[in-house]
Design a binder for this molecule. Structure first.
Ligand SMILES: CC(C)(COP(=O)(O)OP(=O)(O)OC[C@H]1O[C@@H](n2cnc3c(N)ncnc32)[C@H](O)[C@@H]1OP(=O)(O)O)[C@@H](O)C(=O)NCCC(=O)NCCS
Length: 148
């Protein structure tokens, strides 16, 4: 299992490793606490199924044995995608979110990915400041979707 260790502001060690099915409960509660809607793609069955592709891009951040952050990356062969970034509210503002983003970008780059996309819900637009700090720019696009 690929694991990276990073130092947080304040010196604590943060382990970044790929998601394992045993992390599901912790990760779902991070998503809920972060205000991210849980949908039909977030059942245990769907998440485990999605791990068949790029399992190393679904990264959890672990501090002192506790999962405190997660990000779900994807590479479709052309673009990288960042989904579902969330950090435990008690662990925010210590660099965990940006450390997860840099790690998923590093792993995407290693796969040959040159551009990363992500979506921000309209009611969460304040978070754009966080992404802008990491170099993301807003694109004027209309997002459309369809469930199959
Ligand atoms: C966004 C998130 C992952 C950042 O995690 P984090 O560990 O606090 O990130 P970092 O410590 O690396 O960076 C924090 C900095 O990002 C910026 N930032 C983060 N969230 C922000 C927001 N909602 N509005 C404005 N600035 C924000 C601030 O500059 C903040 O620094 P400060 O706390 O000193 O003001 C975390 O706030 C979170 O889980 N939010 C809820 C879920 C979410 O919105 N996910 C993104 C979906 S697109």
């Amino acid at each position: 299992m690929k694991t990276a260790v990073r130092r947080l502001r304040g010196g604590n060690r943060l382990r970044l490793r790929r998601f394992a099915p045993g992390d599901l409960v912790a990760v779902r509660s991070l998503w809920k606490a972060g205000g991210l809607d849980l949908g039909p793609s977030d059942t245990r069955r769907e998440i485990v199924r999605s791990l068949a592709r790029d399992p190393d891009l679904f990264i959890v951040a672990v501090e002192e044995g506790r999962v405190i952050g997660a990000v779900l990356g994807r590479f479709d062969g052309r673009r990288g995608w960042v989904n579902r970034l969330a950090v435990d509210p008690r662990a925010r503002s210590r660099g965990v979110g940006s450390t997860l983003m840099r790690e998923v970008e590093r792993r995407l780059r290693a796969k040959g990915c040159r551009k990363v996309n992500l979506h921000v819900a309209r009611d969460n637009r304040a978070v754009c400041a966080f992404y802008a700090e990491l170099g993301y720019r807003r694109a004027d696009l209309i997002f459309m979707e369809k469930w199959l």
